[in-house]
Design a binder for this molecule. Structure first.
Ligand code: TYD
Length: 226
């Protein structure tokens, strides 16, 4: 009798605008697929029709910080219910460009709503659900600003002042310090090939520590030793 698939793994990518995280996600997905895993790539805000609609408003429309936070969690709720949880339950790996850490960093710290407000919304919306592993692309806010200037289009977050991004960056550093097992700091100032190698090596190491199902012969990960 075949057993139901084990839960997949949820991996997120975080960092200030200009840190360059997004370009690494597709190659990482290919790397994991080459190991025989089924991988879903998605992003926030977005990932469903409703959440993509909310993304449009968040990135283009002036609104209060509270409204921003509520829309971010509204989009996340739909995304988690319709895409992320079903994919994990099917045994797929989910790679998501940004998740709740972004709301702590951008609305909690950047917009100064405070950690407590975001934690309350996160608890109410997600009830403890979150990533198994997060890669934080850490980059000096001044360097990120010059990278953003070199890019053509910009949304209302990318046009924020450097002080905003300094607060965002400090929040990521605090989150990483609080959860070192989950959040891995990636030096986003390194060459892209070097970053790709670090990410693949870390994921390979992690996969190797997930114990395969006895006798399954397939990479159907069931448990972790750490
Ligand atoms: P991102 O996908 O990184 O932008 P782009 O496609 O332009 O590279 O993220 C969109 C923006 O949304 C980014 O500036 C951060 C912001 N954001 C929040 O402010 N709060 C959130 O909860 C999330 C998920 C994103």
């Amino acid at each position: 009798m075949s057993r139901p698939p084990q839960r997949g793994r949820f991996v997120t990518f975080e960092g200030i605008d200009g840190a360059g995280k997004s370009t690494h996600i597709a190659p990482i997905a290919d790397h994991l697929r080459a190991r025989g895993l089924t991988v879903v790539v998605t992003r926030e805000p977005g990932g469903t029709e409703l959440a993509d609609g909310l993304r449009h408003w968040l990135l283009t429309h002036e609104m209060s910080p509270r409204t921003e936070a509520l829309l971010a969690f509204g989009a996340r709720s739909d995304h988690v219910e319709r895409v992320i949880r079903p994919a994990l339950a099917a045994g797929y790996w989910v790679l998501c460009d940004r998740f709740t850490d972004s709301t702590f960093a951008y609305q909690g710290s950047g917009r100064e709503l405070g950690d407590e407000a975001i934690a309350t919304l996160a608890h109410w919306t997600l009830d403890g659900f979150g990533p198994d592993r997060t890669y934080w692309f850490a980059l000096d806010p001044a360097v990120a600003a010059s990278r953003r200037q070199a890019a053509r289009a910009s949304d209302r977050f990318e046009r924020e002042r450097e002080a905003f991004f300094q607060r965002v960056d400090r929040c990521y550093a605090a989150l990483a310090a609080a959860e070192p097992q989950r959040i891995r700091r990636i030096d986003a100032g390194l060459a892209p090939e070097r970053i790709a190698a670090i990410l693949c090596a870390d994921l390979d190491d992690w996969c190797a520590r997930l114990v395969p199902e006895p006798g399954s012969g397939t990479p159907d990960w069931t448990d972790e030793r750490d």
